[in-house]
Design a protein around this ligand. Structure first.
Ligand SMILES: O=C(O)CCC(=O)C(=O)O
Ligand SMILES: [Fe+2]
Length: 317
């Protein structure tokens, strides 16, 4: 396996930049950076300073409260969708635990989850998580717009693509390893999503991504750094141009609990590959129309871990 390098090898797109408006030169060049990064590495860093210290602290304490609930409470079903509920107590991943919040950009989604976890209510949890998720949602939407624009796919289609996105906020916790215990937090994988936005919430590192040259790169946590990653479905949508990002979590040198958040998108309507992606030089590689949630059902049934094999098996033509 390749050696490890630093985050600054990864392109950074500054979304905080006031001049970054569609039509400007700054926008056009940022779109190019996004496209090249997604094609090369399957990810990039979005800098966005909308999460202040106060919100960050209240989300960390919300997670401490959430993970502190009894196991039976955390294991309750909060969504009927596949892969949207509790994960933990996995013998090969003893450090890892996570809970999913379905539809977190909508206050109703957060209320539904909160009322299952705390039948007596917990407004503070509900409101801070919703406010936080909305910021991650902004990162997701603006970067998707950049992808569409960089490929010259029309903005009408971009809007319906974004609107058909179902959001899942996964709250992740990793405890530090005990002596002689594995350091593996999460095994290497690509996400089944269209796009994933990851935020290492409490400054404890652990997320690593595999870049184009095969090296593993440690992603530095920062309150204003969001790792935007392509999932399997983005590869299919782009007829293989975008590469899904392989990543893992290793709890090396960690003395504290690591909290991380992932905003994942799964498209609800039938997804259509834009015709711009198919020509003589680029023949059709995947089903041009697909049902993203059916892909989740396929994975649930077949459990193919290798991303390339899984994508070929389900989407290949
Ligand atoms: O903990 C992280 O930062 C990554 C989580 C992740 O890769 C996942 O939930 O799919
Ligand atoms: Fe992941």
């Amino acid at each position: 396996m390749g050696s490890q390098t630093e985050t600054h090898d990864l392109p950074i797109v500054d979304l905080t930049d006031e001049t970054l408006k569609p039509g400007t030169e700054a926008w056009v060049s940022a779109c190019k950076v996004v496209r090249t990064a997604l094609e090369d590495h399957g990810c990039f860093i979005a800098r966005y300073n909308k999460i202040g210290e106060e919100l960050c602290d209240s989300v960390v304490s919300a997670l401490e409260q959430l993970f502190g609930l009894p196991l039976e409470t955390k294991k309750q079903e909060t969504s009927e969708k596949l892969f949207h509920n509790y994960y933990g107590q996995i013998p090969s991943l003893p450090l890892y635990e996570s809970l999913g919040i379905d539809d977190p950009l909508n206050i109703k989604g957060c209320q539904k989850f909160t009322n299952i976890m705390w039948p007596q209510g917990n407004d503070r949890f509900c409101e801070s998580v919703n406010e936080y998720a909305k910021v991650l949602g902004e990162v997701d939407k603006v970067t998707k717009k950049m992808v569409f624009e960089s490929y010259g796919v029309d903005s009408e289609r971009c809007n319906s693509f974004i609107e058909s996105g179902n959001y899942l906020l996964r709250c992740l916790k990793y405890r530090p390893p005990e002596k002689n215990e594995t350091h593996l937090g999460m095994q290497s994988h690509t996400d089944l999503t269209m796009q994933s936005v990851l935020h290492q919430l409490n400054g404890v590192a652990g997320l690593e991504i595999k870049i184009k040259n095969g090296n593993w790169l440690l992603v530095h946590p920062s309150p204003s750094f969001f790792l935007v990653m392509a999932g399997d479905a983005f590869k299919v949508w782009s007829n293989g141009r975008i590469r899904p990002c392989e990543h893992r979590v290793i709890m090396n040198n960690a003395k504290e609990i690591r909290y991380s958040m992932g905003l994942f998108t799964f498209n609800g309507d039938i997804v259509q590959m834009p015709e711009e992606f198919v020509d003589d030089k680029n023949p059709l590689r995947y089903k041009p129309l697909f049902d993203h949630f059916d892909y989740l059902r396929f994975f649930d049934k077949e459990k193919i871990i290798d991303s390339d094999l899984r994508v070929k098996a389900y989407f290949g033509v």
